[in-house]
Design a protein. Structure first.
Length: 251
């Protein structure tokens, strides 16, 4: 079972921690409700105690609150945050489009570069989606790209540039990295590090009927990632938005 940690406002006579099962979009979670405290030491002890209770009930991965500062306490209990890597990769093509829009860049005519250490299924899907949306797609792979080039040309009549130079990668309007590249500056208008869970995701929304079923304050990426992996959400139900661009003169 997956755990979820939520904050609760203090009320008279309320215990510091409460555990209960709950369903979110028909998926079962074990929720640890932790009462807030103005004292960091008290809150840290409550989180640690909640982590021990969750682990004892068989929980190994957690959906955490946004900007959660006590991950170390949960790690001591053998709990880890839900990974968002698979979600990031399945959203990559849409993320490129919203990123270009946010930066005021052209979308269809943009040069989009993809670099990966291996041609995984996720990389194939991303490159295919990008080729159908953008005129210029560059693919940097150590091996295995030739067959994909032939397949895309045969099935969709599109082509991509295989083996681009470093200058071409850095000159693309959008750069999609499946693996770290220390040789690149990552100064492209849009640079997606699909291996890095610290990179902020764009706003993610669901249809209104589903949105109402989500708890407030939960890390949106972690929650949608685990719901999708469990089959409670479909990829097409997740919409990406753009962050508001500041007006002229605003910071």
């Amino acid at each position: 079972m997956v755990g979820i940690l939520t904050w609760a406002e203090p009320r008279k006579g309320q215990k510091g921690i409460r555990l209960e099962e709950r369903h979110i979009l028909r998926m079962r979670f074990l929720q640890a409700e932790v009462v807030k405290s103005p004292h960091a030491a008290v809150l840290r002890r409550r989180v640690l105690a909640a982590g021990k209770k969750l682990r004892k009930r068989g929980v190994t991965q957690m959906v955490l609150p946004e900007e959660f500062p006590f991950r170390e306490q949960l790690a001591k209990c053998g709990l880890r945050p839900v990974s968002t890597l698979s979600l990031r990769r399945c959203l990559a093509a849409d993320w490129v489009r919203t990123g270009l829009t946010e930066k005021g860049q052209p979308v269809a005519g943009a040069r989009v570069a993809v670099a990966a250490a291996a041609l995984t299924g996720e990389a194939v899907r991303t490159v295919t989606e990008l080729c159908l949306r953008h005129r210029y797609v560059l693919l940097d792979l150590p091996y295995g790209g030739e067959e994909l080039c032939r397949q895309l040309r045969r099935e969709y009549g599109v082509s991509l540039l295989l083996g681009p130079s470093k200058d071409q990668l850095e000159g693309a309007e959008a750069l999609v990295l499946f693996d770290p590249r220390t040789d690149l500056s990552l100064k492209n208008p849009v640079a997606l590090r699909l291996y890095d869970e610290e990179q902020a995701l764009p706003p993610l929304t669901l249809p209104p009927g589903l949105e109402e079923g989500l708890p407030e304050g939960a890390d949106r990426g972690q929650l949608l990632a685990v719901l999708r992996e469990a089959g409670a959400l479909k990829r097409e139900q997740i919409a990406l938005g753009t962050k508001k661009r500041p007006k002229d003169g605003e910071a």
